[in-house]
Design a protein around this ligand. Structure first.
Ligand SMILES: [Zn+2]
Length: 123
């Protein structure tokens, strides 16, 4: 039989674990500085990064278009805006985002690894 103290300890333990895991997530998000992320975005041209992953991009007006690497694409549905440094797919997968999102998808890595691959440093 568990004593009153035992139950109290179990509840306290669960609360402590929840608090700790919450704090862990909080800190891991803060490890990469926001300014450093902005620096990395400025340092990596999106068109160059997408091309480096084997995607052929052709200029069409102010944008670049190419075959989307994230779904079976027959007509170019990947649109890249070099001014905004954003990409998106108008085809089946509807993916899109910034240079981080592209590296995460293309290389199947998490944000931290994408940051590293883009030359980012962790605080
Ligand atoms: Zn797509």
């Amino acid at each position: 039989m568990i004593s009153e103290y035992g139950i109290f300890a179990i509840v306290l333990n669960r609360k402590a674990r929840l608090a700790f895991s919450g704090r862990k997530n909080f800190w891991s998000r803060l490890v990469i500085d926001k300014a450093e992320i902005e620096r990395v975005k400025r340092a990596n041209d999106l068109v160059t990064i997408i091309r480096s992953r084997g995607v052929k991009l052709v200029r069409k007006g102010k944008q670049f278009v190419g075959l989307c690497p994230f779904h079976l694409d027959h007509e170019p549905s990947l649109i890249v805006d070099p001014a905004k440094q954003l990409w998106n797919c108008l085809g089946a997968c509807k993916e899109g985002g910034d240079v981080y999102r592209f590296v995460m998808k293309a290389d199947s890595v998490d944000f931290r690894e994408a940051h590293r691959r883009l030359g980012g440093i962790e605080a």
